[in-house]
Write a protein that binds this ligand. Structure first.
Ligand code: IVH
Length: 673
């Protein structure tokens, strides 16, 4: 084909393929066969190889076709992704407005009111108008790099549109929500059930599960959508208001919710909330409230943040969705700390589009207070993705055949006596060797927020314990291949995968390791605090109650629990076993003293002493970040042997170029324990 014909055919093919992508992926109604589609795609790929043009970045050939990943890389957000404080009533909203006026010392605040989409938050990086990376929110500081999966979302522009009013910045972080519409969600679930797979509980879970697929081809088949509602770091542009940002996003071609409105005062916000509540059931996607944001960016800046949420925004939640059903039975589950949780097993019922058949009853006091009996008809409610709970019993439906429930005197798992400790609502099994507790403990240890050992979920943890291969989490590191091969349903490949995942978990971030230990009252946040303050396991283990309570946020109860944990003979033995296994938690330098805080790195060429991943971990542990493209904001370009074009770009932009040796000096100044 000659150049002229190719230049005509390329855009034509792109259009045709985009159309069939829509039919296939979004509408689930393909018009052509897979073979015909592949033919079009091949033709386009072939032409693009010879006649590449400036629009290639947004070509459908760039959306699909990336190879499956073994694991997601982690991604440090250049600017942290905050969460929102909640309001549950009009009164809360009025308080919010009054507080802001007082703090900002102004009499009138105008807002932007937006629907609160029920999906998952993502951060998109565009450099010079091109989508180069995207990540999930994660813990707000670090998320998972899901770039390839995001590219499969057809409404996400791979290239920003030029706009006369808004220049395209060299670097910009764009924030939004990936979600799934109700109807495609139901279709997807039907298909899954037909194919013998578990259906997703709700559109939010389906969206999250789809975006976190290691194989982008699977994500491409999921009907995902995206709305953008904010920005993070941006170079070279200044905006005066949030509304202006939204207008720029729309002008650049990003999908922005048409339901977003300006609200001149708080009364308008409350009307908006009511209006959205009334149109909510008819919307094609789920929303769980509205978000109010101060419009003026100077006012936003004056107000600032509190803890991990901005003071200038609030999420107003709709009240929970409710339904009636019958309690068929009440069972008891034993948690990691031995607490017994009564759970209602109910006639399955649809609550706001989701089938539920279990609800937590929290504890015995709660059951007595609400007078819940087996056989009762009850009102249950679901709020967001929280486990449903029983609101109240419908007393007039009682027949007299209902049965009262009491927590058993003996543990349903190990038969030990159940106690209720002073001042606690929970009943506990205090047998430290209770199988249910140990299994739960191992599952917690390997879970995502903790050691993140892939393939070691509830089932495998229980299987390893039942086969007598492990008694505590440290035993995981002494498992041998031949032992695992003897287990049911474990073949060579899966065993090797599990062993690799266990091996890989030997250098966890210190805070994740502390959290994984399962110390009572030590959640993810406290673990981070402890890791930041103590810097190593050794010093944490030596700390006494006085030293611990000196830390903000650590009260006597948490301190006592930590000290007791490390004093316990059994736990000391497990810690010693971890040491023998070579577990070496890594310290992420705390933000105030991080050596590379705010510094961004680009690597080019090959490094002698370490691979890219290792270098990335090093930089991130010291508070820096790694990017793939050089911009004027890049702090250092590290040039290994045979560096590529990035070196020239760095020189052209006046960015510092350092050698591998210089890089090592830079990172070695701070030792990592
Ligand atoms: S703004 C600092 N706007 O709600 C501002 N968030 O609880 C942070 N969300 O993680 C977010 N719709 O996943 C914002 N219009 C909207 C939103 C929205 C949904 C989610 C988002 C965020 C969570 C905060």
């Amino acid at each position: 084909m000659d150049k002229d014909s190719a230049e005509k055919r390329i855009p034509e093919l792109r259009k045709i393929i985009e159309y069939h992508n829509q039919r296939y992926y979004q509408q689930d109604a393909p018009e052509i066969s897979d073979a015909e589609y592949d033919g079009l795609m091949r033709e386009l790929q072939e032409l693009e190889k010879h006649y590449s043009d400036e629009n290639i970045a947004s070509s459908p050939t760039q959306r699909v076709g990336a190879a499956p990943l073994a694991k997601f890389a982690s991604f440090s957000h250049p600017q942290a992704m905050l969460s929102l404080g909640n309001a549950f009533s009009a009164e809360d909203v009025l308080d919010f407005d009054a507080r802001l006026k007082r703090l900002a010392k102004i009499d009138q605040i105008d807002y932007v009111a937006e629907p609160k989409l029920d999906g998952l938050a993502v951060n998109l990086i565009y450099e010079n108008g091109l989508f180069i990376r995207g990540a999930t929110r994660g813990d707000g500081a670090t998320g998972e790099d899901v770039t390839q999966n995001l590219k499969t979302i057809s409404s996400l522009p791979l290239k920003m549109k030029k706009s006369t009013h808004h220049l395209i910045p060299e670097f910009i972080e764009i924030r939004g929500e990936v979600y799934m519409e109700r109807q495609p969600f139901s279709k997807l679930n039907l298909r899954r059930v037909e194919e013998g797979e578990e259906p997703f509980a709700n559109p939010r879970n389906a969206a999250a599960g789809s975006l976190r697929q290691l194989d982008p081809k699977i994500t491409a088949r999921r009907p995902l959508n995206i709305f953008l509602y904010g920005i993070g770091t941006v170079s070279g542009l200044r905006f005066a208001s949030h509304w202006e940002i939204l207008k720029a996003l729309a002008a650049w071609g990003f999908p922005v919710s048409p339901l977003i409105q300006q609200a001149p005062d708080i009364a308008a916000c409350i009307s908006y909330f009511e209006h959205m509540g009334s149109i909510r059931p008819g919307l094609p996607y789920e929303i769980d409230g509205v978000v109010l944001k101060v419009n003026n960016l100077t006012t936003q800046e004056i107000l600032g943040n509190v803890s991990r949420s901005p003071r200038w925004a609030i999420a107003c939640k709709f009240s929970a969705e409710q339904a009636n059903t019958v309690i068929k039975d009440i069972i008891v589950q034993v948690g990691r700390m031995g607490a017994l949780t009564p759970v209602a097993v109910m006639e399955p019922v649809n609550v706001g589009g989701v089938m539920v058949s279990r609800a937590t009853l929290h504890n015995e006091d709660e059951i007595l207070k609400k007078d819940i009996r087996i056989g009762d008809t009850v009102v249950i409610q679901r709020a967001g993705d929280v486990i449903p709970e029983v609101v109240q019993v419908i007393a007039i439906k009682r027949t007299g055949r209902e049965k009262e429930f009491r927590i058993p005197h003996r543990c349903p798992e190990c038969g030990s006596e159940i106690v209720r400790l002073d001042g606690e609502v929970a009943h506990r099994c205090v047998n430290l060797s209770c199988p249910a507790q140990i299994k739960e403990h191992i599952r917690h240890f390997s879970s995502r927020g903790a050691m993140d050992i892939e393939g070691l979920g509830e089932k495998v943890s229980a299987q390893l314990f039942d086969a007598n291969l492990i008694n505590d989490p440290a035993d995981l590191y002494f498992l041998a291949k031949n032992q695992l091969l003897k287990l049911d349903r474990q073949a060579e490949k899966s065993v090797q995968k599990l062993l690799d995942a266990i091996e890989q978990s030997k250098t966890p971030p210190l805070d994740k390791f502390i959290f994984a230990l399962g110390i009572r009252h030590v959640g993810e946040r406290t673990a981070k605090l402890l890791a930041g303050h103590f810097g190593s396991m050794e010093s944490l283990m030596k700390a006494d109650v006085t030293e611990l309570t000196l830390l903000n946020e650590i009260g006597p109860e948490i301190a006592q629990s930590i000290v007791e944990f490390f004093a316990e003979d059994k736990n000391r033995k497990v810690m010693e076993k971890f040491r023998r296994a070579g577990i070496s938690p890594q310290t992420k330098a705390s933000s105030s003293n991080a050596l590379l805080q705010g510094k961004s790195f680009v690597f080019t060429g090959t490094m002698e002493s370490m691979g890219r991943n290792e270098a990335k971990t090093l930089v991130e542990n010291l508070g820096g970040s790694i990017h793939s493209n050089v911009t004027s904001k890049t702090s250092y370009v590290v040039a290994g042997s045979e560096p590529g074009s990035k070196l020239h770009k760095a020189r052209a932009q006046g960015v510092s170029v350092i050698s591998e040796e210089e890089f090592l000096k830079l990172v070695n100044r701070q030792t990592i324990t």
